[in-house]
Ligand binder design. Sequence first.
Ligand SMILES: Cc1cc2nc3c(=O)[nH]c(=O)nc-3n(C[C@H](O)[C@H](O)[C@H](O)COP(=O)(O)O)c2cc1C
Length: 180
Amino acid sequence: MNAIDCIKERRSIRKFSDKEVTADVISGVVATAAYAPSWKNSQTTRYIAVLDKEIKNRLAKECMMDFEYNIGTASGAPAMVVVTTINNRSGYERDGSATTSKGTHWQSFDAGIATQTFCLAAHEAGLGTVIMGIFDEKKVAEVVGLPEGQSVSALVAIGYAAEEPAAPRRKSAEELLTVK
Ligand SMILES: Cc1cc2nc3c(=O)[nH]c(=O)nc-3n(C[C@H](O)[C@H](O)[C@H](O)COP(=O)(O)O)c2cc1C
């Protein structure tokens, strides 16, 4: 698959088949996502793959802030990936001071690039994903045992797609681009 097709054809998938996703398959996707760029190549994004049904169900039932769509998606997904980031490195100097005025912004920025790279690599590997932003960070941290000094950046449901949704409308280049 070429890069343009991969970018354009990836869709958010919220319905999955029963086919299991193995740790090996997710490891392959993470190995590709590792090529995402990051602040000074700091590579602060981490991935917790939740394959255990009990933990996954706790993510679905206890961590989605009663948002029915995410409860349904996470319940039906064979696996969930918790994307985490190591705090206070991306965008920061070694003495702990922020390099720019943007503080923690670059940590989130790196996590976003890494997560999209993960989703594109998953798409190339034949897997469907959806990034989820509506979750209770404290509860997710408790359920997965988040390591000290890390934040939860996003959740990603992952599995083999059982739907082929149409692409939601995209803005045109004219709407998005200003040339000066
Ligand atoms: C930061 C972020 C948070 C998102 N949160 C959710 C979410 O909580 N639940 C959900 O079903 N989709 C979520 N999405 C998926 C978007 O709704 C989806 O990407 C958008 O509608 C475009 O569709 P496409 O991914 O198929 O191109 C999120 C996407 C991003 C990038």
